[in-house]
Design a binder for this molecule. Structure first.
Ligand code: AMP
Length: 172
């Protein structure tokens, strides 16, 4: 993971002053780093009976889909409003830099289905908490939240209502 971590690029004042954006595109572009990252996101869940992995638009998609493949699971897109074509449910949330909402299809998961959520970064935790509420709203069992980068100083993990978090790189 040290090599993977070394590829994370800090972009100061993006997308607005005071925010240091964690740019993971150099990690995604490196074949060995990408494999190491996806393996590490999936590893703790190998024997957990996960049937679907939910990814949060847009960078979460790039990681959640290969994690789902590693686990022999399906993939659920969690998208910004108005993007999904069928019946949806919606959750609003606040961001480190703004406000937004997430939607899933009403039939994205069966009641009791064991779901893992994957994203690139947890900052304030608003996005992750909305993702948990959405899936619990369709009676899915949210088994864990697997994330590449945790910005510990923003304390997002405390918003997850007890969902266990697997964070690979933690910044204090
Ligand atoms: P939050 O809801 O505050 O936890 O924000 C998490 C979402 O916003 C994730 O889906 C990230 O993709 C994105 N995000 C928030 N802060 C950052 C950051 N400093 N660098 C990169 N992405 C971020």
């Amino acid at each position: 993971m040290d090599y993977v971590t070394s590829l994370i690029r800090d972009i100061p004042d993006f997308p607005k002053p005071g925010v240091t954006f964690k740019d993971i595109t150099p990690v995604l572009a490196d074949s060995q780093a990408l494999k190491t990252l996806v393996d590490a996101l999936a590893e703790p869940y190998k024997d957990q009976g996960i049937s679907k992995v939910a990814g949060i638009e847009a960078r979460g998609f790039t990681l959640a889909t290969p994690v789902a493949d590693r686990l022999g699971a399906g993939f659920i897109p969690m998208r910004k409003p108005g993007k999904l074509p069928w019946k949806t449910v919606r959750e609003d949330y606040s961001l480190e830099y703004g406000a937004d909402a997430l939607e899933i299809h009403t039939d994205a998961a069966e009641p009791g289905e064991r779901i893992l959520i994957v994203d690139d970064v947890i900052a304030t935790g608003g996005t992750a908490a909305a993702a948990v509420r959405l899936l619990r709203g369709v009676n899915a069992d949210v088994v864990g939240f697997s994330v590449f980068i945790e910005l510990v100083f923003l304390d997002g993990v405390s918003k997850l209502n007890g969902v266990p978090v697997n964070a690979l790189v933690r910044y204090d």
